[in-house]
Design a protein around this ligand. Structure first.
Ligand SMILES: CC(=O)N[C@H]1[C@@H](OP(=O)(O)OP(=O)(O)OC[C@H]2O[C@@H](n3ccc(=O)[nH]c3=O)[C@H](O)[C@@H]2O)O[C@H](CO)[C@@H](O)[C@@H]1O[C@H](C)C(=O)N[C@@H](C)C(=O)N[C@H](CCC(=O)O)C(=O)O
Ligand SMILES: Nc1ncnc2c1ncn2[C@@H]1O[C@H](COP(=O)(O)OP(=O)(O)OP(=O)(O)O)[C@@H](O)[C@H]1O
Ligand SMILES: N[C@H](CCC[C@H](N)C(=O)O)C(=O)O
Ligand SMILES: [Mg+2]
Length: 490
């Protein structure tokens, strides 16, 4: 595509070279640049793309987008250099142009919030598919085009990767794309220039302060999505919803609640049990009984969000409720493994204080025996949540095993100590076991009939990241193997 077409709608100044050149591809990482490329220099948190200009020109880049003043070497005078005020926004619009604005050809649904994004996207995808729609899905566990799975390395991809993925989805003629929109993506303009049909707000609670610094910044990032969307779907039981509603520029907003009968979609008569939730949905003065097979009060919220987003797509409520009945849940989200000895193990992705609190409260609703919790916290991420999660685990468990999550480049023993600070020692007994595998094994060895073991934090993850190395690791597999070994011993 010609540079002049790629930079359409981007405020810019051409510093050198021609914009009539044909470009092979766009890159934001110098390490990937190939001949005839356009390289967008991004000033990041760790490094600065402007540092790699010489390098990309040597690799054959023909055009460069910069956001800083640069001195162009005489030898490079044929290289097209374009200056823009904001190179992340420029990357998003250039990518959208280069991919022929794919999202204009389908309805885009975006889910934001601290918890529940993956679960809600999977539920919406399920409902739409049951109604014979073709779908694309983008999020933490995987990306999908209809039933084809594409590996995902980020909750919301960088703008260029996102536009390419949306283009592939368009080529497969999807009717809808359902995507998780992380606060990082909103803050770093990965979704800049997209128009959503529907934006969903699930909730806001403590997480990611390593990046956002304050809860207010975190909330403002989430609120951006509601300026880019035709319809809004908002959980008004969450106190952050006031700010979302205030900032939203949607043409229509549907609210949902389990506490306020004035919400557009209101749930009451909620029954919680070990296999799921059942509740009454009240909409437009009609009552529908909904069955959803993931336990926990938070499941009612995810179901409500899924119901409204698909109602906006024109699917009759009676159909939606029938489809929800057949939804079997998401891997690593309240995934239950029953043992022959009568105890059960729940693998869950709760990795924030609110997530852990919700899952433990839900377990308390049905656990007949002790609750044994195994968890850790990720390294190189928000440290403020560590003692709070320690406190929650000890308040709601009979025994806690603090272990490693993904320590990344931090010392795992230090992370464990920071969690330990929050443990209420008079509330419950606990152990610290560095190896997550040993921690899980220890919990299973001590479990007796009717006990419930919660293994929190890694859910679907199939790896453990320690010191920049990725090791195979799968909570569910370790649980199954250990239960098997235990039963062989009996
Ligand atoms: C905090 C954050 O999101 N950081 C993202 C940000 O990194 P950064 O600003 O530090 O970038 P940088 O490393 O300084 O590099 C600046 C520029 O130089 C380029 N570069 C760098 C090195 C080089 O040799 N050559 C080169 O050209 C980089 O490609 C980049 O364009 O921009 C990079 C380029 O797109 C991202 O890779 C990086 O994501 C990092 C890896 C990350 O871990 N992000 C996580 C926290 C994240 O985004 N998580 C959310 C989920 C959160 C949730 O649970 O809700 C997600 O959406 O996945
Ligand atoms: N609506 C909800 N409210 C509070 N907690 C929830 C909710 N839904 C799920 N959870 C808890 O949060 C965990 C993560 O859920 P899910 O993966 O759907 O969230 P997410 O927003 O996609 O997370 P991430 O930001 O890591 O992608 C679940 O395992 C569960 O413990
Ligand atoms: N999307 C979340 C995932 C956390 C999962 C947990 N297992 C960890 O590694 O910290 C984050 O980036 O904070
Ligand atoms: Mg997710």
């Amino acid at each position: 595509m010609y540079i002049k077409d790629i930079i359409k709608d981007i405020p810019h100044k051409v510093l050198s070279g021609s914009i009539e050149k044909d470009i092979s591809n766009i890159f934001y990482d110098s390490r990937e640049v190939i001949k005839d490329a356009l390289f967008v220099c991004i000033t990041g948190i760790k490094t600065d793309g402007h540092k790699y200009i010489d390098d990309v020109i040597k690799k054959g880049a023909q055009a460069i987008i910069v956001s800083k003043h640069i001195n162009i070497n005489e030898a490079y005078r044929d290289i097209t250099v374009i200056q823009v005020p904001d190179s992340r926004k420029a990357l998003a619009i250039a990518s959208r142009n280069f991919c022929h604005n794919p999202s204009k050809d389908f309805n885009l649904i975006g889910i934001t919030g601290t918890n529940g994004k993956t679960t809600t996207t999977f539920l919406i995808d399920h409902i739409l598919k049951q109604h014979h729609k073709k779908t694309g899905l983008i999020g933490t566990i995987e990306n999908r085009i209809n039933d084809k799975v594409i590996e995902s390395s980020r909750t919301t991809p960088e703008s260029y990767d996102l536009q390419k993925l949306l283009q592939n989805m368009k080529n497969e003629q999807v009717d809808n794309v359902i995507m998780e929109v992380s606060s990082h993506a909103l803050s770093l303009d990965r979704v800049y220039g997209l128009s959503y049909k529907t934006a969903v707000f699930t909730n806001l609670s403590l997480d990611h302060l390593d990046y956002h610094k304050t809860m207010d910044n975190y909330l403002k990032a989430k609120a951006k999505l509601f300026k880019m969307s035709e319809y809004g779907v908002v959980n008004i039981d969450d106190k952050a919803s006031n700010a979302i509603l205030r900032e939203a520029q949607c043409k229509k907003i549907y609210t949902y609640s389990t506490m306020n009968p004035k919400a557009d979609f209101y749930a009451n008569k909620i029954e919680l049990n070990a296999t799921g939730v059942v509740f009454n949905l009240i909409f437009d003065e009609k009552i529908y009984r909904v069955n959803y097979s993931t336990p926990g009060k938070f499941s009612v919220y995810n179901a409500l969000a899924g119901i409204i987003a698909t109602y906006i797509e024109g699917i009759p409520l009676s159909n939606i409720i029938e489809y929800i009945n057949q939804f079997t849940g998401v891997s690593g989200r309240f995934e239950t493994i029953n043992s022959q000895s009568g105890y059960s193990v729940i693998v869950d992705y709760a990795h924030s204080p609110d997530g852990l609190l919700n899952v433990l409260k839900s377990i308390k609703e049905f656990a007949k025996g002790r609750v044994i919790t195994v968890f850790g916290c990720g390294g190189d991420r928000d440290k403020s949540k560590r003692p709070i999660m320690g406190e929650i685990a000890s308040e709601y468990s009979d025994f806690v095993i603090i272990t490693s999550d993904n320590p990344r480049t931090e010392n795992p023993e230090t992370i464990i100590k920071e969690i330990e600070v929050g443990i209420s020692k008079n509330k419950c007994a606990y152990s610290t076991i560095l190896s997550r595998k040993e921690g899980i094994k220890f919990a299973i060895t001590m479990a007796e009939e009717d006990d419930v073991i919660l293994i929190a934090g890694k859910g679907h993850e199939t790896y453990q990241e320690i010191n920049d190395e990725i090791y195979d690791f799968n909570d569910v597999e370790i649980v199954k193997e250990t239960i098997q070994e235990e039963s062989n011993l009996v």
